[in-house]
Structure formats: structure tokens, C-alpha cells
Design a protein around this ligand. Structure first.
Ligand code: NAD
Ligand code: APR
Length: 237
């Protein structure tokens, strides 16, 4: 039984990382068009670097919560039964990896990586960007940007994601408002293939009507409870 799990900012909320469209979400305090678009970066690189440098420093202080740990456990349990957990995240944090998940697809990039605008090389980079940085690959000074997908750019790994959706028996969406495409469209793609769908969120998302079942509450509890249940289903006594 292969399971496709899509996560959003809500799965990292209890680790202290901000969401985007909640009451206190980042986009209620900052204008994404001024901080999360290629145009904004061209116009105000220092402002964009400052925004992401602060988020990177917060991330380095943060820890995975029980929802991340439960998903890492589910991946291991499914692996023992020659099944797969396709974990696709819209998040740019590395909390799934730090909780032990081995295979994570970051469709919006990764905050702890930088991309060189001169040679396109991508690599791990945890220091502040925009401050005497130079590309570790081509040596170009001041050419690094966050390896993050901005509005107007194309999400990453879409072929891998489509392939995973074709080989899935259960689609689960966790901690996302379901308001940003293409991620928000995955549940309809799953339903059109006759795949069962489940939502785990603090409150009903924008596409809540498309889910066959739903569990509402903080992810750290709701995801841990759901993993406990689904492991019993996939590992008959
Ligand atoms: P898109 O067209 O799907 O995004 C539009 C969505 O962005 C809207 O549905 C709305 O939810 C949100 N949005 C746009 N303007 C907004 C505003 N002023 N205030 C609040 N929300 C606003 O996606 P896109 O524009 O083609 O971007 C491509 C991808 O880049 C998307 O998947 C997006 O999620 C991603 N992205 C990542 C980051 C990041 O920091 N990782 C930031 C922005 C966008
Ligand atoms: N447990 C479970 N769900 C939670 C929790 C929690 N503790 N806290 C918040 N949520 C839910 C909210 O109810 C909301 O539905 O998580 C969802 C977060 O939604 P958004 O803030 O819109 O974040 P997300 O869906 O990940 O945004 C998608 O938009 O700006 C882009 O690239 C950015 O990846 C992001 C994308």
C-alpha cells in the first residue's frame, strides 16, 4: 500500500516556523510580492536576503515535532513491507529530514541551500546570504540566491511527483491551506484516479470538500494518531 503525503507550513507550525495565510501568517505581515518573486529579488536583493536570512536562522534553532517524527516512522514501517511513502513537501525547512525521513521531495526548494545565479550550481549553504558570499562552485562574488521557488517560478520535481501520484493507493494532505497551485491540485488528480483522499489540518482547507476523510486538530497530535492507526492497517497483526 503506497501512501502519498503532501505537507505544508502547518506541519512545521508547532516547531515554531511561521505559516503563510493563517491569522498570524507571514503573508499577513509581509507582502509576498515584495519578498518572494524574482522581480522583488532583482529590485531589492538586500531586503529579500534579510527576509530569508532571518527565516534560515529561525530554522537552525527549530526542532522537528511529533508530526515529523510520526511520518519518518511511517516511511520506515512501509519500507519493511515493500511499500512506499512518497513524502512531498511545500515547505523549505529540513525538519522532515531531521526527524529521520529518508526520501523527501521539496517542490518549493530548500532554505538551507543556495543557488548561484551565474553558474546555476545548487549546494548546502547555512550562512547569511548577501553578506560577502561567493559561489563555492564558480567563485563568483554576490551571485547566490536562496534555493527557493518564488511566485511566478515553476515548482521543482513535478515529473517525480506525477510519477508518485500514478503509483499511490492513499493521498494524504497535511497542514496546507490548499490555496496555492500546483500543490492544491494534487487532491483532485488523486480523486480522478479513484484514489482515497484524507486531510489532516488545523481547520478545513480551501479544498476540504475533495477529501473522503478528515482529521482536524494540531498536527503534532493529529498526525501521530493517524500514523498509529494506519500502521495497524498496513501491518495486520
Ligand atoms: P500560484 O500562482 O499558485 O500562487 C498564487 C497563490 O499565491 C495565490 O493563490 C495566493 O494563495 C498566493 N498569493 C499570491 N499573492 C499573494 C498575496 N499578495 N498575499 C498572499 N498570498 C498571495 O503560484 P506562483 O505564483 O506560480 O508561484 C509558484 C510557486 O512558488 C507556488 O507553488 C508557490 O507556492 C511558490 N512560492 C514559494 C514561496 C516560498 O517562500 N517558498 C513563496 C512564494 C511562492
Ligand atoms: N497543525 C495542523 N495544521 C496547521 C497548524 C497545526 N499546528 N497550524 C496551521 N495549520 C494549517 C492552517 O490551518 C492552514 O490551513 O496549515 C495551513 C497553512 O496554510 P498556509 O499558511 O497557506 O501554508 P501552505 O499551505 O504551506 O502555503 C503553500 O504558499 O506562499 C507559498 O510557497 C509557499 O509553500 C507555501 C505555499
Amino acid at each position: 500500500m503506497n501512501i502519498f503525503v503532501l505537507t505544508g507550513a502547518g506541519v512545521s507550525a508547532e516547531s515554531g516556523l511561521g505559516t503563510f495565510r493563517d491569522k498570524t501568517g507571514l503573508w499577513t505581515r509581509f507582502d509576498p510580492m515584495k519578498l518572494a518573486t524574482p522581480g522583488a529579488f532583482a529590485l531589492n536583493p538586500d531586503e529579500v536576503h534579510t527576509f530569508y536570512n532571518l527565516r534560515r536562522r529561525n530554522l537552525l534553532e527549530a526542532s522537528p515535532n511529533p508530526a515529523h517524527v510520526a511520518l519518518a516512522r511511517l516511511e520506515a514501517e512501509l519500507g519493511k513491507r515493500k511499500s512506499r511513502l512518497f513524502l512531498v513537501t511545500q515547505n523549505i525547512d529540513d525538519l522532515h529530514e531531521r526527524a529521520g525521513s529518508q526520501c523527501v521531495t521539496h517542490m518549493h526548494g530548500e532554505l538551507l541551500k543556495a543557488r548561484c545565479t551565474a553558474c546555476d550550481a545548487v549546494g548546502s549553504y547555512i550562512d547569511d546570504l548577501g553578506v560577502d558570499d561567493r559561489c563555492p562552485h564558480c567563485g563568483q562574488p554576490g551571485s547566490l540566491r536562496p534555493h527557493v521557488v518564488w511566485f511566478g517560478e515553476y515548482p521543482l520535481h513535478m515529473a517525480t511527483i506525477d510519477e508518485a501520484l500514478q503509483n499511490t493507493d492513499l493521498f494524504v494532505s497535511i497542514g496546507t491551506s490548499g490555496s496555492v497551485y500546483p500543490a492544491a491540485g494534487f487532491v483532485k488528480q488523486a480523486k480522478d484516479q479513484g484514489i482515497r483522499t484524507c486531510e489532516i489540518n488545523l481547520e478545513p482547507s480551501d479544498n476540504a470538500a475533495l477529501f473522503d476523510e478528515a482529521y482536524y486538530g494540531p498536527a503534532s497530535q493529529a498526525v501521530a494518531d493517524w500514523v498509529e492507526k494506519i500502521i495497524e492497517v498496513v501491518t495486520p497483526a
